[in-house]
Design a protein around this ligand. Structure first.
Ligand code: XMP
Ligand code: MG
Length: 181
């Protein structure tokens, strides 16, 4: 078997699976109340937000009309520092045009990813646009996009787990851990 990055590099737990689960339930309640009676299109930013999105949508009121789209965004490559250039694939125009959109993101860092996606969605024409992010890093944004639903504010450290990766590894961890550099 080939060796990947070892778990020893990512062993300081920042947010436990239990804490995350409880917060995602609260976020689901809040979003359900805010979108009561409306159709909501959740636009999930891949790959990192796939775990959060999957838990979040299952905590939305079952009576809500929820549709989903997926956007592939990449800026980091295999490094821990953003390359600054955000590449986007998607969203699907027919799914998002004229709709109430909730972008689902794993972590807001510089804000560039949200900035690029918001611009694109606004160009396609949407009824409303809000953001749900599991994590928000306490640091100055380069692009300021308001995030209506924040799971946790965290320090400016590189984190992995619960969908977040380092070199594509660690996404499967049930908690959020700080990567030791
Ligand atoms: P920006 O800078 O565009 O960053 O707000 C958002 C995207 O960058 C990735 N990112 C991270 N990924 N651990 C990760 O695994 C981190 O600590 C981290 N900080 C930013 C992430 O893909 C997010 O969508
Ligand atoms: Mg990533």
């Amino acid at each position: 078997m080939q060796d990947g990055p070892s778990l020893g590099r990512a062993s300081d737990t920042l947010l436990s699976a239990g804490e995350i689960g409880a917060r995602v339930v609260e976020m689901g309640r809040q979003i359900s109340a805010d979108y009561d009676g409306q159709t909501l299109v959740a636009v999930v930013i891949l790959r990192g937000a796939f775990v959060f999105a999957s838990d979040l949508v299952r905590n939305l009121d079952p009576h809500l009309d929820v549709k989903m789209d997926f956007v592939r965004a990449s800026s980091y490559g295999d490094r821990v520092v953003s390359s600054g250039v955000v590449e986007l694939q998607g969203p699907d125009r027919t799914l998002v045009s004229g709709q109430h959109i909730l972008i689902v993101e794993d972590v807001v860092d510089t804000g560039r990813t949200l900035g690029a996606l918001s611009r694109q969605l606004n160009t396609l024409g949407v009824a409303s646009l809000e953001v749900a992010a599991l994590l928000s890093k306490d640091r100055a944004r380069e692009v300021d996009v308001p995030v209506r639903y924040v799971g946790f504010h965290i320090p400016d450290v590189f984190v992995v787990g619960y969908g977040l990766d380092y070199g594509q590894s660690f996404r499967h961890l049930p908690d959020v851990r700080v990567l030791r550099t």
